[in-house]
Design a protein around this ligand. Structure first.
Ligand SMILES: Cc1cc2nc3c(=O)[nH]c(=O)nc-3n(C[C@H](O)[C@H](O)[C@H](O)COP(=O)(O)OP(=O)(O)OC[C@H]3O[C@@H](n4cnc5c(N)ncnc54)[C@H](O)[C@@H]3O)c2cc1C
Length: 433
């Protein structure tokens, strides 16, 4: 079958296995020369692609829940959506969540995902107490910070390259409401946006939508949204009605002018310098989940998401240089997302480091890859790196220069029989055979 990630670029022919049980998964691992765990395929590029993938869609059971301490054990194929449906009415929430709830817990661990609270609370793995991992010989092994710690850390953020994540034990965050008190600040340029992040640093959640096509004095104009879980209000939400994009958007509609108009309207829809309101958690954390298959908006040939982080010291200057280059290229995103990150953790391939991160979508066309290579050079120049879960084209050299932990990952893979066994198309491209 044809398989692709959320960006629909690239696409490959692959065999997709979907075992019903853990023992069937173990047998399949043993029987195949090489394979790769796959969740909901919400990574954008080729990190969940290989000739043979093991889809965890049926390994989605909740195994244990402790309502007094807020802990949960589930199979790796459970989705965050499924967990939230169970947890929120009971007064618990995920301590870290990405911008879509349609990802699996296994995928969240393998990408060591970050949310809008990284500056205070770090990555998803910070709240993982234990993993049950399927190794290359089909055996199962438990790992944690105290047991097979190296394997645990290499697996968190390890992009499926250490083994198949089978079960995850998670700690949760208590909430008293399904609603979030959100404040939006309208900021005139990038400097104001970065200052806004700093002045709002004590807020639990923060994220900015940037107009990536604005130029000159307006370069980086943004809407900064900060939020806190409300302290009262219902824990139940009405069912969400989801619209869907019914077909691929014709490429002719995706022009520089249409994107510029969209960005401009988005920025101008907020009239005051500061606006507060209460929104439900789905709207606050997962605004794009309200539109099914929105990845079709970029047309048949797909798109690439480019997400990088650069250290704080180089933040303003580095971001400005990159945004200028993007605006000059006349390519860009409907929406670009800026976040602030806290300290980096000890997982060798985790993406976040202390600084600012920007994510933009680019419609795929033949000239795009050269522009992204150019942006890579600027990101590296400023001491930054590219997020593996969004990547579809970074070079091996760029990867190895910006992720010094890669050798540590390879040593752990060699020790636990994962080299050559758990492999992705991305890993092959990046020299992680
Ligand atoms: C709209 C949108 C918003 C997003 N926002 C964010 C964000 O805010 N922050 C962020 O960090 N990410 C974000 N992402 C990226 C997404 O959270 C990650 O790519 C996540 O890993 C996807 O999970 P998945 O279940 O779809 O995994 P897949 O895409 O199927 O796989 C991703 C990686 O995980 C590995 N994997 C999956 N399951 C297993 C398993 N059981 N065992 C071993 N390896 C496994 C795969 O091999 C692959 O390397 C966003 C994605 C989208 C589409």
């Amino acid at each position: 079958m044809r398989l692709h990630g959320w960006g629909r670029y690239p696409q490959v022919e692959a065999q997709q296995l979907a075992p019903l049980t853990v023992s069937a998964s173990r047998a399949l691992i043993g029987a195949h020369r090489s394979l790769l765990g796959r969740g909901m395929g919400r990574s954008y590029g080729d990190s969940a692609l290989h000739d043979c993938v093991l889809n965890t869609r049926y390994l989605q059971h909740l195994l244990a829940f402790d309502a007094s301490h807020g802990s949960l054990r589930c199979q790796a194929g459970a989705t965050l959506d499924q967990l939230l449906d169970f947890l929120v009415p009971r007064g618990w929430f995920l301590p870290v969540t990405p911008g879509t709830r349609f990802v699996t817990v296994g995928g969240a661990v393998a990408s060591d995902v970050h949310g809008k609270n990284h500056h205070l609370h770090g990555c998803f793995s910070e709240y993982v107490d234990e993993l049950l991992l399927g190794l290359g010989d089909g055996s199962l092994l438990t790992c944690s910070r105290s047991e097979h710690a190296e394997l645990f850390h290499a697996t968190c953020g390890g992009m499926g390259l250490t083994g198949l994540i089978v079960e995850v034990a998670l700690r949760l965050t208590p909430i008293r409401s399904a609603y979030v008190n959100q404040t939006t600040f309208k900021l005139a340029n990038l400097e104001d946006a970065l200052q806004g992040f700093e002045s709002q640093r004590q807020r639990t959640y923060s994220v900015a939508w940037i107009d990536c096509l604005a130029r000159g004095a307006e370069l980086g104009r943004s809407l900064l949204m900060v939020g806190e879980h409300a302290l009262d209000g219902p824990l139940q939400l009405p069912r969400q009605r989801r619209l869907a994009v019914p077909l691929d958007m014709p490429a002719a509609l995706l022009t520089h002018a249409s994107m510029q108009a969209f960005n401009s309207l988005y920025y101008r829809r907020v009239h005051q310098a500061e606006v507060g309101r209460r929104v439900d958690y789905r709207r606050f954390f997962y605004p794009l989940d309200g539109i099914g298959q929105w990845n079709r908006l970029y047309g048949k040939r797909g798109f690439l998401q480019y997400q990088f982080v650069i250290p704080k010291a180089a933040g303003l200057q580095g971001m400005q240089a990159i945004l200028r280059r993007i605006a000059d290229s006349r390519r860009g995103s409907f929406l670009a997302v800026l976040k602030v990150f806290g300290e980096q953790n000890r997982n060798p391939l985790s993406f976040p480091l202390e600084g600012y991160s920007l994510a933009l979508d680019f419609k795929y066309d033949s000239g795009l890859l050269a522009l992204l290579d150019e942006l890579d050079a600027r990101v590296l120049e400023h001491g930054g790196r590219i997020y593996l879960s969004k990547d579809a084209r970074m070079s091996e050299q760029t990867f190895k220069r910006s992720y010094p932990g890669w050798e540590q990952l390879q040593a752990v893979r060699a020790r636990y029989g994962a080299q050559g066994k758990f492999i992705s198309r991305q890993a092959q491209r990046l020299g992680l055979e």
